[in-house]
Design a protein around this ligand. Structure first.
Ligand code: 5GP
Length: 191
């Protein structure tokens, strides 16, 4: 998606060799007009999938998922992150290793919001090693729901998550695929 690529080139900041900061329009301050274009594109890509739920993970996926959900006319569920072992209630849980913080945390979704009649689209801001998506896919599997695929804003294609998940047969649609990046040369996208 050219609009997102151009915005990354203009306002994204590369930290070290593997972190792209997009705080001015995606992760902290949010450009909701850009989100609307992103949501429209996800709707175009997954138009025929009868999506009736969108699943994301807190915190930075929530804004994008909510704007996207308006185009699918469906609710959004966000998986909650928890570092405690005492997960209360009737919930699906899975373990995720955080790319940005390097810790393992539990994610949870209440059983009442996800079940076998659901066709679920997963939305997230970034795809790096694929741990966040694997955790969300695991929760969908536990619920007996149908996963239609994942819509990702920025895939760092030089990291293994995208290839690994596509090889497993999952449908992953990324709007901007970063081929390489560094502080000196900036970001290059996959053609
Ligand atoms: P993964 O689980 O695929 O390794 O990493 C995905 C998660 O880590 C995303 O939910 C995102 O919040 C965070 N993340 C991974 N790489 C980056 C990055 O380069 N920049 C930012 N802002 N977040 C990232």
């Amino acid at each position: 998606m050219k609009l997102l690529e151009q915005r990354i080139l203009r306002d994204g900041k590369v930290k070290g060799t593997d972190i792209l900061k997009v705080d001015s329009f995606l992760n902290h301050q949010m450009d909701v007009k850009l989100f609307a274009e992103i949501g429209k594109e996800f709707k175009r890509l997954f138009a025929d999938c009868d999506v009736n739920k969108i699943l994301t993970i807190e915190a930075s996926g929530i804004g994008i998922a909510c704007i996207t959900a308006q185009f699918f006319d469906c609710p959004v569920i966000f998986a909650k992150k928890s570092q405690t072992k005492n997960i209360a209630g009737d919930v699906y849980t899975s373990k995720v290793t955080s790319f940005t913080h390097g810790r393992v945390y539990d994610i949870m979704v209440a059983k009442e919001f996800l079940g076998p009649s659901d066709k679920v689209l997963v939305i997230d801001d970034f795809l790096a090693n694929g741990a966040a998506l694997e955790g969300l896919f695991d929760v969908i599997d536990q619920a007996g729901a149908q996963l239609v695929g994942a819509g990702i804003c920025v895939e760092k294609a030089f990291q293994p998550g995208g290839d690994m998940l596509r090889k497993k047969g999952y449908r992953i649609e990324s709007l901007a695929r970063v081929q390489s990046m560094d502080e000196e040369h900036g970001v290059k996208f996959v053609d």
